[in-house]
Ligand binder design. Structure first.
Ligand code: DGJ
Length: 740
């Protein structure tokens, strides 16, 4: 890995074994983008990559140089208001109302490793040789606004991360109204765009389309990254697939309003922008003040989408997630939400826990309803003290009883919210986000606390820290169940209201930082009505997230498959729930529910007392199985093999780092009559190693399994079915491979 500056042509080249990133100082003093892709050898002069030519008519040029118009040049951090008419990376409003800027190259620095981003989640290094960082400073001569463009290249894999730090070095007060984390102009538009979109209970479905002239984007204006769109996009060559071809993934480490956009211009160049959504954003920057954008990460692979995903998985698992739980196998938990909803007593909870303990489950999680007057969605949020009618000896009492049963204890919070019917709201009605003279919209009968205010965050911190320090609590589920509306803070002046969405998220990060800092061994799981804030920003604080409120196994295959394009298995909260399922009323076999939930952090979301003796035995075996294989599953190399979005059958697998063990999960939605033969090509095995597959008397070499395939044919349906043979819809099978 290296970063070089070629003085003669004022060009920077960042490269490692896999990628090159080249940028240059343009003749007008701004920065231009020359290349991002597969590694090329370094050379003294890359200036031939700067294509300029005189375009006919309608081009506005720099000075009198007919060949130089920003409109026709690939830029590094595009500005608004001069000769480029595409969407800018930055927009600044001066006191006189002008929005024009011109960021001129000043200087650069190269640092070993990677600096942290103050107040924001970011990838990190553990030693200086893991990465190098280039900081290029540009400055607008009129306003004095400087921008430090940060580029970190990691020693391994095709990873390049970017962010921008603005410093107002001028005399006047400025307003940043666009401040993207990443801007990159690619030289062509021969790409397919894949976004990960959906809704509550069907999050992160991949949606693909061809890039066309014009703008396509995903984003959120809901105050959280959202169920609807994820801050992650892939550009892939049309011929690229899971295993070959050029792919670039763009991921934003941020949990609030975001935008990722591709703009294809007249000449088929593609501008990618990623950052805080400019809509509603307006950050006042007084003299000497600083604004730091979130970090955006680009991963390039010329070996298809699986390799790109594996790079994200490793990066986010090892150098974004932090702390005690980062590398640890996750506890198998039982959560009472779908078992009881609000209808529980301590006695009932203990019965659930006792049965779970018999099955080998390690952690009991008490979900919503344990605090204040919370007996339904209508009251209690904000009052983080135990409801003594339900829990006579408080949280410390129930935690102790659960510990006595032999399990760890975990607790649900929704720190950012308040019900109108709560003591907190009665004490501080002005602590919610709400606009003067306007109605405050409720969502799930609750308001959003103004986390842009330190005193609000302090108060919630005190309440949570009090609970966590007076009871034996090993796990926290941090929920967030509504989007932000009427985003106005009573504590900020008129000209800072455009800061509230971002300040809110900074407040959330601050609370996470304080709690994870003070309780480092507590495992945090983030959640937002399921997967409404399933983003890399959260992973920095909470190494796992509740993937979706949809616990139906068939739906979960899709949701977990879609999530896997960016996020590691160890980050996906996944539980076995009852059948028929509560979201769809669909009945699925217990084995399939577990076979899907294994590929995540694994747990149960039901009352085991209500299962038959046979099912309880099966659960015991499932728990034992997960204990045996969770290291492989959560920390092995994950491959998508067959997509549930394209097939009735789907499959994925994990392989241990030494390739000695692998686990393949195969799922079939509907049973097939007189089904065709099927073989599944496995991946990531060692060609010359002989594997035995549990339940198969033959042994198979890795090359056979990867080139001929695993025979998965199932011709069991076709004749008139016997009366007692169950329907095989929603069937699944695991294959366990061990090297001989
Ligand atoms: C939404 C979460 O996704 C559920 O798992 C559960 O915790 C409920 N909130 C509780 O209100």
């Amino acid at each position: 890995m290296n970063i070089v500056f070629h003085e003669s042509c004022r060009t920077f080249h960042l490269y490692n074994d896999q990628i090159s990133y080249i940028l240059t100082v343009l003749p007008n003093g701004q920065l231009g983008q020359l290349y991002f892709g597969k590694a090329v050898r370094d050379r003294d002069d890359f200036s031939f990559l700067l294509e300029t030519c005189s375009r006919p008519m309608a081009s506005c040029v720099f000075d009198t140089d007919k060949k130089f118009s920003l409109e026709h040049i690939k830029q590094e951090y595009a500005v608004f208001g001069t000769t480029d008419f595409r969407s800018p990376a930055v927009e600044v409003v001066q006191e006189n109302g002008s929005r024009i800027s011109d960021f001129q190259y000043q200087t650069y620095r190269i640092l070993p490793g990677k600096p942290g981003l103050e107040g924001l989640p970011a990838t990190y290094t553990e030693s200086d040789d893991e990465a190098r960082t280039l900081i290029v400073t540009v400055k607008d001569p009129v306003t004095g606004l400087a921008a430090e463009l940060l580029y970190t290249i990691f020693a391994e894999k095709g990873i390049l991360s970017r962010s921008v730090r603005f410093i107002n070095q001028g005399e006047e007060t400025l307003h940043l109204t666009t401040a993207m984390s990443l801007c990159m102009d690619l030289p062509d538009s021969n790409y397919e765009w894949i976004q990960f979109s959906g809704a509550w209970a069907r999050e992160r479905y991949p949606k693909k389309r061809i890039l066309e002239q014009g703008i396509q984007s995903v984003g959120s204006l809901r105050g959280h990254s959202s169920h609807n769109h994820n801050p992650f996009v892939i550009l892939k060559r049309p011929t690229a697939d899971e295993f070959q071809g050029e792919v670039i993934g763009f991921s934003l480490i941020y949990s609030g309003n975001f935008l990722i956009q591709a703009e294809v211009d007249t000449y088929n160049t593609t501008r990618i922008l990623a950052g805080i959504h400019p809509s509603g954003f307006d950050w006042k920057l007084e003299k000497e003040q600083v604004f730091q954008t979130p970090e955006a990460v680009m991963v390039y692979s010329d070996r298809g989408m699986n390799e790109m995903s594996q790079t994200f998985h490793r990066l986010y698992q090892k150098r974004l997630a932090r702390g005690y739980w980062r590398d640890r196998e996750r506890p198998i938990l039982i959560n009472n939400w779908e078992a009881t909803y609000f209808d529980f007593t301590e006695e009932r909870l203990l019965k659930i826990a006792e049965k779970a303990k018999e099955s080998g489950i390690e952690l009991f999680v008490l979900d919503d309803g344990w605090f204040g007057e919370r007996s339904s969605e209508h009251a209690g949020l904000g009052d983080w003290t135990a409801n003594r009618n339900r829990l006579p000896e408080g949280i410390a009492g129930i935690a102790e009883k659960i510990n006595k049963i032999g399990m760890k204890f975990g607790l649900w919070f929704e720190p950012e919210m308040v019900n109108r019917d709560s003591d907190l709201f009665r004490r501080h009605p002005d602590w919610i986000l709400s606009a003067p003279d306007r109605r405050s919209s409720q969502g799930r009968f609750q308001y959003v606390l103004d986390f842009s205010r330190k005193e609000v965050v302090d108060c919630i911190y005190e309440m949570m820290a009090d609970i966590l320090s007076h009871a034996e609590i090993s796990y926290v589920k941090w929920d967030m169940n509504r989007s932000i509306t009427e985003c106005y803070s009573a504590a900020l002046p008129a000209d800072r209201q455009g800061e509230v969405y971002h300040r809110y998220i900074l407040g959330v990060y601050d609370l996470y930082e304080r709690l994870t800092g003070r309780f480092p061994e507590v495992l945090f799981e983030s959640c937002a009505s399921g997967g409404g804030r399933f983003d890399p920003g959260m992973l920095y604080y909470a190494p796992q997230a509740w993937t979706s409120d949809d616990t139906d196994a068939v739906e979960r295959v899709k949701i977990q498959y879609g999530s896997s394009y960016c996020y590691p298995v160890s980050s996906m909260g996944s539980h076995v729930s009852v059948s028929p399922n509560h979201q769809l009323n669909r009945s699925t076999p217990l084995s399939t529910r577990a076979n899907v939930a294994y590929f995540g952090t694994f747990g149960y979301e039901l009352d085991l007392n209500k299962l038959s003796g046979r099912e309880q035995k099966e659960v015991k075996a499932q728990v034992a199985f997960m204990k045996q294989y969770r290291k492989l599953i959560q920390f092995g190399t994950f491959y998508r093999l067959l997509s549930p979005f394209e097939n009735n059958r789907s499959a994925w697998m994990v392989v241990s780092p030494d390739k000695k063990q692998a686990l393949v999960g195969c799922y079939r939605t509907l049973s097939e009559t007189n089904a065709p033969y099927t073989r599944l090509l496995l991946k990531g095995l060692d060609e010359g190693t002989r594997y035995c597959i549990e339940g198969d008397s033959n042994t198979h070499y890795g090359d056979e399994l990867m080139n001929i395939g695993l025979i998965t044919s199932d011709a069991s349906c076709g004749e008139m079915a016997e009366a007692d043979v169950p329907c095989r819809d929603f069937d699944s099978r695991l294959y366990i491979l061990n090297a001989l």
